[in-house]
Design a protein around this ligand. Structure first.
Ligand code: ATP
Ligand code: MG
Length: 199
């Protein structure tokens, strides 16, 4: 499903990612681990189109996505959650997820279907629906992470990139997150997840 060949990314004199190659099979959950500054987030940002690689190539589902913009990569079926949660702070949890549902499925589903998708995904990630109209700027980190995951899922991805979903969670919350990831795979979504290892 994903083939990364000799990908490097430089920021000026800093080499964040150097000659990385690997492949991911459809239906897999693949973990990418490493210490601070190893280049994990940069690699996910390169795959999702946030950055263009300095060299190398990325093929997704048989298509070269090496220099595509994030919106195009998302439309092709790759969604990502961010290490430091990105959201639309003034919008509600519901509206944040609606953005994902409408953008990821534009032209494919109606507004009513998109609203349905939002409810289903918020419920699936364990976000309390009685808080669906709260502005996300008022949420705690666990709730924010759930909304971010629901927004990514609402785009209906084939490949989900998760950047440190368990960081900042207590052991019980981390176990919940791991169960969720396993359920997501059961829906046929392939997963590349980054976690942090302290050396
Ligand atoms: N936009 C940027 N501009 C300049 N340098 C950057 C940028 N993004 C990342 N870097 C640098 O690239 C290197 C890799 O950073 P990256 O965030 O990818 O590591 P990481 O493995 O995700 O680390 P962590 O476990 O702390 O999240 C670091 O030296 C970092 O300072
Ligand atoms: Mg990182």
């Amino acid at each position: 499903m994903l083939s990364i060949k000799k990908v490097s990314k430089h920021f000026g004199s800093i080499t964040a990612v150097k000659d990385v190659s690997f492949r991911i099979k459809k239906g897999a959950i693949v973990g990418l681990v490493g210490p601070n500054g190893a280049g994990k987030s940069t690699l996910l940002n390169v795959v999702s189109g946030v950055y263009s690689p300095s060299s190398g190539s990325i093929v997704f589902d048989g298509r070269d996505i090496t220099n595509l913009s994030p919106n195009k990569v998302c439309k092709l079926g790759i969604a990502k959650t961010f290490q430091l949660v990105h959201s639309f702070p003034e919008l509600s949890a519901f509206q944040n997820v609606l953005v994902g549902a409408l953008f990821g499925n534009s032209g494919k589903i109606s507004f009513v279907e998109a609203r349905d998708k939002v409810e289903k995904n918020l419920e699936f990630v364990g976000y309390p629906l009685d808080k669906k109209n709260y502005p996300v700027k008022n949420l705690n980190v666990v709730e924010l992470k759930r909304v971010q995951l629901a927004r990514a899922l609402a785009t209906d991805p084939k490949l989900l990139l998760l950047d440190e979903v368990t960081t900042g969670l207590n052991p019980e919350e981390s176990n919940d997150a791991i169960s969720l990831i396993q359920k997501i795979r059961e829906f046929g979504i392939t997963i590349l997840m980054v976690e942090h290892i302290r050396c």
